[in-house]
Structure formats: structure tokens, C-alpha cells
Write a protein that binds this ligand. Structure first.
Ligand SMILES: [Zn+2]
Length: 203
């Protein structure tokens, strides 16, 4: 959990971006550096807990200062948030996005992500894939700039990811399950069973 505060909103019409101040800098005048931090999610509307707002975390700087912020775009409005201390008026807690199907780049290198390990004895594959189909049909698709390569066979394996609730998983995730018998994490397997229900339920 981290605490953030909305500091500015900027309307964007075609190529015109309303000038604003985020920590003393206008973000449209500076190059945004994506920070190696997990994205944040916040509940957009407490009456609709399944609607989450996804924020990237960035940094901008000039000669005098460096400003960290989180931002997202909805319709024509960009919203900017800065880190705040607990109890600041208008502040709220953001959750960290939960990742599934992101792998370490090498089997031997320590990483925050696991290495995909096949588990041919797992019996839940068909039911899981059927639930995954339903979830992906309703999830948001986001494109990356590059392509992902399968860690196990080297094939080109997707250039998009899915976002749903506070979870994110790559387009190529299912390849590891269908072709390599990799078993989902317990957390994601539980989540998808609760979110989708029985794989045989009609939509
Ligand atoms: Zn593969």
C-alpha cells in the first residue's frame, strides 16, 4: 500500500495539452521516465469495486528538481498524483498491481519473478483455460512496444497484456499452460475460480 494525492488534471484536445504544475514542473515539458516500480491501482468508484483505475509511475526532472508522480488518462483528461503521507487531506491508498505469468529472464538469475516450471501432473488445466478464455474476453488489452519470447522454447509469444481488476498477465501466458504444462500460481488460480466461477456456466 502507498499513499497518493491528486495534484492536477490536464485536459488534452487533439495535440494541445493544458499546462499544469506537478511538484513545480509542467509534465508536458519534460520527458517521462517510467520507474521500475509496479503499477498502482485505485478503486475508481467505491460503488463499483470491480472498476479499477490503473496508474503508471514516472519521474521528470529539470536542473533544480526531480518529481515522482503517478498518472493515468481517462477520456480527454490526464490525472496526476504525487506521493503523500498518511492522513493528508484528499489522499488515498493505492494497491500494487498483482502480476501473473511474468517470468525471470534466466533460470539461474535471481529475480522477483519465478521461472516457468512445467507440472504435467496438474489436472486443472482444461478448466483453468476455459476460465481464462472468459476472463480475457472481458479484460482490457494493452499493447507493448516489443514482442515477448517464450522462456522455454524461444517462440515469439505475444506483444500485449491483459488487465482485469488488480491483476495483469501477458497475452502469451496461456502458451506456457497449453504447450508447457506450467501451473498457475495458487493466488491466480483461486482468483480466477472466484471471478469466473464454474467453467461450464453460460456467459
Ligand atoms: Zn514455449
Amino acid at each position: 500500500m502507498s499513499v497518493w494525492c491528486l495534484v492536477a488534471e490536464s485536459r488534452v484536445y487533439l495535440y494541445v495539452k493544458e499546462a499544469i504544475s506537478v511538484g513545480g514542473l509542467n509534465p508536458w515539458d519534460h520527458q517521462w521516465v517510467t520507474l521500475e516500480e509496479p503499477k498502482l491501482v485505485v478503486v475508481l468508484d467505491p460503488s463499483l469495486p470491480s472498476r479499477y483505475l490503473w496508474l503508471g509511475v514516472y519521474e521528470i526532472e529539470d536542473a533544480q528538481r526531480r518529481v515522482k508522480f503517478a498518472a493515468c488518462q481517462r477520456n480527454n483528461i490526464w490525472s496526476f498524483y504525487v506521493p503523500a503521507s498518511q492522513g493528508t487531506p484528499g489522499s488515498f491508498e493505492a494497491k500494487t498491481v498483482k502480476h501473473e505469468g511474468y517470468w525471470s529472464t534466466s533460470k539461474d538469475k535471481p529475480s522477483k519473478f519465478p521461472w516457468p516450471t512445467p507440472d504435467p501432473a496438474w489436472l486443472g488445466k482444461t478448466a483453468f483455460l476455459s476460465r481464462l478464455d472468459k476472463l480475457e474476453a472481458n479484460a482490457e488489452r494493452v499493447s507493448w512496444l516489443g514482442k515477448s519470447l517464450c522462456r522455454l522454447c524461444g517462440c515469439q509469444n505475444g506483444s500485449q497484456e491483459f488487465q482485469f481488476d488488480d491483476w495483469v498477465w501477458p497475452e502469451g501466458y496461456r502458451h506456457y499452460i497449453t504447450d508447457h504444462y506450467v501451473r498457475p500460481s495458487e493466488q491466480f488460480e483461486d482468483y480466477i475460480a472466484t471471478a469466473v466461477g464454474s467453467p461450464d456456466d453460460p456467459d
